[in-house]
Ligand binder design. Structure first.
Ligand code: MTE
Ligand code: MO
Length: 386
């Protein structure tokens, strides 16, 4: 009953689960463009897509530890100054499937494509919170609020049929350079149903799980969201914890991403004649607004390394006209390296961010039971031809 109103989807998406719909961008499409087309952007859901055609009736509630609670229509939000921010979203579960090689993990399987970059248009959350009486730059509201919880209208089994919820700190929400957006547009068009129509949060630099779609309520609280996805999922666990000794309460929710890098072409297992000239292509990204310092690539399984060249960020003219100049601060870097391959071989890629954070060489050192944050060196085996 609940899944009979799902939107139409691009057949090129790699579907990892039908109900709820979870699908990723094919790796070769990811490196086609700096801005990922919305129809190819990965889709990560925990329940049926809510059908919200009646935008007239939509209201966003802003409540909790604020001076002045609000109820805002979509038109109210659109009357506020509009901003566009280019943001790469990545699911914490990106590259999860590979972790099963170490030991089985629990969760929807993902290859390299639970990541994408879009230009999001909407109103800054700090402006809306300011209307509710919280000044920009505030870390603690007058009434003692330190966290901002987002609640959606979708229903998921993890919440026992309740709404999807997540939170961020009030400091991030109110930061004028934190760029947290309440978005009603994606890539210059109305936000698609799959991505949260009519309104979603976009939290730059932070795992996708905090960017709540189909947003209905923003609540300022003294503590974090007590929702499932903040307290019983998307937390950081060491390799020593498994389902028989897990204690969720002792662990922090994952917020900023670690540095990440992947090879998108050639593909794993691809056959390439030895001596061929090829262009290796991939993406790299850092969390929390940090930038990518460099990308190191090896074609001999990590024995020697060459720096890849980064491609300049580019925005399609149609979107650019609409949004004006946008910064690439919160975005991935697409990169390339021209090489002559002696096959078979193993291509390896890793990135370093501007704080000199590196990626772990092995997956066993970062294995965790939910299979999140796999940012180990990305290895691609290329076969020779007979
Ligand atoms: N918001 C709601 N309401 N319901 C969800 O299931 N999934 C989250 C987040 N926001 C989710 C949500 C997760 S885990 C991710 S990675 C991103 O949305 C994915 O956003 P996208 O589908 O637009 O790519
Ligand atoms: Mo996610």
């Amino acid at each position: 009953k609940t899944y009979d109103a799902e939107p139409a989807r691009d057949p090129r998406l790699v579907v990892n689960s039908k109900e709820p719909f979870n699908a990723e961008t094919p790796p070769k499409e990811l490196v086609q463009a700096f801005i990922t087309p919305s129809h190819l952007f990965y889709k990560r859901n925990h329940g049926p897509i809510p059908v919200l055609n009646d935008a007239e009736r939509f209201h966003l509630i802003v409540d909790g530890l604020v001076t002045k609670p609000l109820s805002l229509s979509l038109d109210d939000l659109k009357r506020l100054p509009k901003n566009s921010v280019a943001v790469t979203l990545q699911c914490a579960g990106n590259r999860r499937t590979a972790l099963n090689e170490v030991k089985t993990v629990k969760g929807v399987g993902w290859g390299l494509g639970a990541v994408g970059t879009a230009i999001w248009g909407g109103v800054f959350l700090h402006r809306v919170l300011e209307l509710a009486g919280i000044r920009p730059g505030t870390k603690c509201s007058a009434a003692g609020g330190r966290h901002v919880e987002f609640e959606s209208v979708d229903r998921c089994k993890e919440e026992k049929g309740g709404p999807y919820r997540a939170s961020i700190t009030l400091a991030k929400a109110c930061s004028e350079d934190g760029d947290v957006l309440l978005a009603y547009e994606m890539n210059g068009e109305v936000l698609p149903a799959d991505h949260g129509y009519p309104l979603r949060v976009v939290v730059p630099g932070v795992i996708g799980a905090r960017s709540v779609k189909w947003l209905s309520r923003v609540t300022v609280r003294s503590d974090e969201s007590q929702g499932f996805f903040q307290q019983r999922d998307y937390k950081m666990f060491p390799p020593s914890v498994d389902w028989d000794n897990i204690d969720w309460g002792t662990r922090q929710p994952i917020m900023e991403y670690p540095v990440q890098c992947a090879v998108c072409t050639p593909a794993e297992g691809q056959c390439i004649r030895t001596g061929s000239q090829v262009t290796i292509k991939g993406y790299a990204m850092a969390g929390g607004g940090r930038s990518i310092e460099r990308i190191d690539v090896s074609i001999d399984d990590g024995n020697s390394w060459t720096e890849a060249r980064r491609l300049p960020p580019s925005v399609p003219e149609t979107i650019g006209k609409e949004c004006g100049e946008v910064s690439a601060k919160w975005c991935w870097v697409l990169w390339e390296l021209d090489v002559r391959l002696t096959t078979p071989c193993v291509i390896v890629a890793k990135a370093v961010d501007d704080s000199a954070n590196t990626m772990p060489e092995s997956m066993s050192s970062i294995w965790n039971l939910r299979g999140v944050l796999n940012n180990s060196w990305h290895r691609v085996r290329v076969d020779g031809t007979a």
